[in-house]
Design a binder for this molecule. Structure first.
Ligand SMILES: [Zn+2]
Length: 66
């Protein structure tokens, strides 16, 4: 996935909205990736991993440079 330079505020917003929808389903898949794209992806999917990492990085460093 290409990394774009975006503002800190929009990175947080994007990370939080991604984390809110990419949730685990009963069988361990990502519910959103399956419903929206028809892709069976083990949770956490790459989008969720990015979101978690972005949020953790911002909390730790105050910068969204993942
Ligand atoms: Zn997902």
């Amino acid at each position: 996935m290409a990394v774009r330079v975006i503002g800190l505020g929009s990175a947080i917003t994007a990370a939080e909205s991604l984390a809110a929808i990419h949730v685990v389903a009963e069988d361990g898949r990502c519910a959103w990736c399956w419903d929206e794209f028809g892709i069976w992806t083990p949770h956490p999917c790459t989008a969720r991993q990015w979101a978690d990492r972005a949020r953790a990085t911002v909390e730790r460093t105050g910068r969204a440079d993942t």
